[in-house]
Design a binder for this molecule. Structure first.
Ligand code: ITT
Length: 194
């Protein structure tokens, strides 16, 4: 198969997400553009389904290859809450509201999941996932990153929260970097240059 050169758009309103993905993809020679478009967000408890639907909808609307990421924080003692509702819970309860729900809980285990859906016009969709295990801290720490970063301490780290790391350190461990890395390697395998 010959070399295919095309533009790759990441549809997200979250600038923090975009910066992290762009930094990671640049390491693999992939140039990511941001698409500031409204996404269709279906109701589902599968982040893969949510991302796939939105990506294929935008790819057919804009007639370009589109990437959409749906991510969430899953807290084990809360049976995976807030999961697919993370964005809503972040906006309504915030960090302290979530910490309050965990008051008195010794089990602080949680993980972030990311589903990155790549779609082309014509209905093609492929999904890549990434996961990072960790713990919810007792109070917010650090000012980097976004969302729940100040209260998430990755298991494989050195005790710092994601918000206490710089973007390249977070990218070594994060759910998002793991999913985007899979996409980058898949594009490389198929000789797709973006
Ligand atoms: P787009 O849909 O526009 O991409 P969003 O912020 O709404 O942006 P999600 O639906 O994937 O994205 O929301 C997931 C929420 O989970 C997000 O708003 C954060 O609060 C949280 N989240 C996801 N990834 C995170 C990360 O790496 N660090 C901290 N919080 C994260």
């Amino acid at each position: 198969m010959g070399l295919i050169v095309m533009a790759l758009y990441f549809a997200t309103k979250n600038i923090g997400k975009f910066r992290e993905a762009k930094l990671l993809m640049t390491e693999y020679g992939v140039s990511l553009e941001r698409l500031d478009a409204d996404k269709v967000e279906i109701q589902s408890d599968s982040i893969e389904e949510i991302a796939s639907y939105a990506a294929s909808d935008l790819a057919s609307k804009f007639k370009v290859a589109v990437v959409v990421e749906d991510a969430g924080l899953f807290i084990r003692p809360l049976k995976g809450f807030p999961g697919p509702y993370s964005s809503y819970v972040y906006k309504t309860l915030g960090l302290w509201g979530l910490l309050k729900l965990m008051n008195g809980l010794d089990d602080r285990r949680a993980y972030f999941l990311s589903a990155v859906a790549y779609s082309k016009p014509g209905g093609f969709v492929k999904v890549f996932t990434g996961k990072v295990e960790g713990f919810i801290t007792n109070r917010p720490r650090g000012h980097g990153g976004f969302g729940f970063d100040p209260i998430f301490k990755p298991m494989e780290g050195d005790g710092r929260t994601f918000a206490e790391m710089d973007p390249s350190e977070k990218n070594r461990l994060s759910h998002r970097a793991r999913a985007f890395r899979k996409l980058a390697l898949w594009l490389r395998e198929r000789k797709i240059r973006c």
